[in-house]
Design a binder for this molecule. Structure first.
Ligand code: C2E
Ligand code: MG
Ligand code: MG
Length: 670
């Protein structure tokens, strides 16, 4: 009985123990599982923290990096450290049109030289789309990897060399801007590997972050480009030109014998195209000119270059409007810019086709040489500009090289401008009168009023010098009114004193001719002075009239209605056609002095004068010859039938008192 009881008891105990054991095992399994879960979670967490740390460090470095290259360098190092990869490399896609990578020399390599052969091999390969692993990444815009035991190892030219260096696997991912691959980062590892989802996602994020760096740099580059280039022609602008000029200048200071030059180019009559054919045609012309200039530069031969391997980085820029500049860098002598200027003029001579119309445009070019010893490139540019201005003045379509005489003139001109503004107020302007005589008897029949300027420092400044300045700064119209009033008042005094119908010739500038108030001014002056209208002769140069013959015709008719006489001055120096001469209501032609001077020694001059006299008389005009200085000239002129002579042979221009005394002396006119 007790045995059976004992048996029963022990059976219960065994069952209990078994149950406890089971429970223990269950609990222990659950604990293990819980621990495993906890540990896994911690590992995940750690992993996540590492990933976040990596992303943050790359983002921070990207923000701070001075260059794309620096940001990439940092990313290579950080990824290598994170994944325990010994070697990382950057490949860049150059630009939109590029079909191969720039296999850069940017690496992360802590091996101290073990991978040098692999690196050299890599840098020598032109990876295109679908060549090697980088090519596959470029093509697919997705990360990719290959292990040394891979079946398509053949498609990867570097695997044998990598294996040789103890590397078993290659992983690469793209740097993206939107959907565009702009770079590829590649990494070598010592183990075979198959990246998991998490790693791929992480590398994708790094690729986007680095893409933003490239994008930022592109925006910056574009802004820089825009700030330094002309939007119409894409040529450099003034700022960039001065920058290049400065670089050349600094080089010239370092390198003995190094020379460069500046060409300043301005299109002749661009305004005419712009006004006549419209702005769009004007723009087309500017673009076509820019292209012609850029092409001309390509043809500079090696002979033109200076010694040494400093090279020559010639540069065209648009200063604005129709002004261009060219820097000719590292030239052998001063004839290089001259030949260049000649070539520019000949390429410009080809007609342009604008809006299906042929247009001929010429250019005026100024040249400045570094050999002149500039200390400031702004001065060099200014001098090239001044030389260009001279080229314009000499009749356009030509080049002029700057010299110091030109600079002195330019300075004087600047001074004259400011002094001229004050001259009238300071009473420095006065009128001289030069008698005009009939050659048969030498009697004074009238005068020409000639403006004079006595400057307290410069002395007497000639009208040929200061009148163009007065025209340019817009002073001439005001001055012209003053001249007309004074000359007419003087004439009235002389007419009253003499009781004779003396005439007064007054010069008008081209600017006065285009001033709306001219006719009213003349009418008012006639009125106020009280002279007979027919005794006032207005002189306009042939070139001023022929610049716009229709307008001149209109004004001349109105002036004629007032009764004043009209004279074409400096005749023979402009380009009048016979038909235009017939149309214009003129009274007098004035033969230019250049045909009179030494006409007794030069047949051609005499012949021209003869033709002018005949022409004038045929048209019913009378003729004045100006600038007769000798008896021989006067005799010839008289022989030709010239009506009046004005020249030093008889009288020089004089103060009013002296001029009055001169006609009083000659007594009563016959
Ligand atoms: P212009 O109207 O043809 O004047 C004639 C010029 O020839 C004057 O020079 C006169 O002094 C000069 N001349 C006259 N006879 C002789 C001679 O025998 N030998 C030499 N060597 N020269 C002689 P000027 O006074 O220097 O004037 C030069 C030009 O300046 C004038 O040429 C005219 O175009 C302009 N000018 C002068 N005064 C005025 C003015 O009041 N208004 C305007 N708009 N222009 C003026
Ligand atoms: Mg005159
Ligand atoms: Mg004249």
């Amino acid at each position: 009985m007790s045995d059976s009881i004992n048996d029963a008891a022990s059976a219960v105990a065994d069952a209990e123990i078994a149950r406890l054991n089971r429970r223990l095992r269950r609990e222990s399994a659950a604990r293990h599982e819980a621990e495993a879960i906890a540990e896994h979670g911690l590992r995940d967490l750690f992993q996540r923290q590492q990933e976040i740390g990596l992303l943050e460090s790359i983002a921070a470095a990207s923000n701070e990096a001075d260059s794309v290259e620096d940001a990439m360098r940092h990313a290579l190092a950080a990824v290598c450290k994170f994944a325990d990869w010994p070697l990382g490399h950057l490949l860049l896609v150059d630009g939109d049109a590029s079909s191969t990578f720039d296999s850069t020399m940017i690496w992360h390599d802590g091996s101290g030289g073990r991978y040098d052969a692999l690196r050299a091999l890599t840098e020598s390969i032109a990876f295109g789309r679908s060549i090697g692993l980088p090519g596959r990444v470029w093509e697919s815009s997705a990360p990719a990897w290959v292990n040394s035991n891979s079946l398509d190892a053949n498609a990867h030219p570097r695997l044998p060399e990598a294996e040789h260096a103890g590397l078993r696997s290659l992983f690469a991912f793209p740097v993206m801007i939107g959907t565009e691959v702009v770079a590829v980062l590649e990494f070598f590892s010592m183990k075979h590997q198959t990246p998991d989802e998490a790693l791929l996602r992480l590398m994708g994020q790094i690729g986007m972050t680095l893409g933003r760096v490239v994008e930022r740099r592109r925006t910056k580059d574009r802004l820089m480009h825009d700030a330094l280039h002309d939007p119409l022609t894409q040529l450099g602008n003034r700022k960039l030109f001065l920058d290049r000029l400065q670089q050349a200048h600094l080089r010239a200071q370092r390198v003995p014998g190094y020379q460069f030059s500046v060409l300043f180019i301005d299109l002749d009559r661009f305004k005419g195209v712009n006004d006549g054919l419209g702005h769009q045609a004007g723009d087309q012309l500017i673009i076509a000119t820019a292209n012609r200039m850029t092409n001309s530069l390509r043809h500079i031969d090696m002979m033109s270059r200076g010694e040494g391997d400093v090279g020559g980085s010639d540069f065209v820029a648009r200063m604005g409007g129709d002004e261009f500049t060219i820097l000719l860098d590292n030239i052998s002598n001063q004839w290089v810019p001259v030949r260049m200027a000649e070539r520019l003029m000949s390429v410009m001579a080809e007609p342009f086709v604008l809006d299906e119309q042929q247009v001929i445009v010429t250019a005026s070019i100024g040249i400045a040489l570094s050999a002149s010893g500039y200390t400031d490139v702004h001065n060099m540019l200014r001098d090239a500009d001044t030389a260009m201005y001279y080229a314009k003045q000499k009749g356009r379509a030509r080049w002029v090289m700057f010299d110091t005489a030109m600079q002195d003139n330019a300075l004087r001109r600047l001074k004259l401008e400011s002094e001229l503004r004050l001259a009238q107020g300071r009473g420095e302007l006065w009128l001289a009168y030069q008698p005009i005589v009939t050659p048969r008897d030498g009697q004074i029949r009238g005068f020409e009023a000639l403006l004079r300027w006595d400057h307290p420092v410069y002395g007497a400044v000639g009208p040929a010098e200061f009148i163009p300045v007065a025209e340019e700064i817009g002073l001439i119209v005001g001055m012209g009114g003053w001249i007309l009033r004074n000359a007419c008042n003087q004439l009235r005094t002389w007419q009253q004193d003499s009781g004779q119908p003396l005439t007064m010739s007054v010069n008008l500038s081209a600017m006065q001719l285009s001033d709306d108030r001219l006719v009213a001014l003349v009418a008012q002056t006639l009125n106020e002075s009280g002279i007979l209208a027919g005794t006032l002769k207005l002189e306009l140069t042939e070139s001023a009239v022929m610049a716009d013959p229709d307008h001149a015709l209109d004004i001349f008719r109105q002036l004629r209605e007032l009764g004043v006489k009209l004279c074409l001055d400096d005749f023979g120096t402009g380009y009048s056609s016979l038909s235009q001469l017939r149309r214009l209501p003129l009274d007098t032609l004035k033969i230019d002095r250049s045909f009179v001077t030494q006409m007794d020694c030069q047949d051609d001059k005499r012949q021209i004068a003869e033709v002018v006299v005949m022409l004038a008389h045929t048209l019913g005009l009378d003729v004045v010859a100006e600038g007769a200085e000798t008896a021989a000239e006067v005799a010839l002129l008289q022989g030709m039938g010239v009506d009046f002579v004005q020249g030093y042979y008889y009288y020089k221009p004089m103060k009013a008192d002296a001029a009055g005394a001169a006609w009083r002396e000659q007594g009563v006119l016959r």
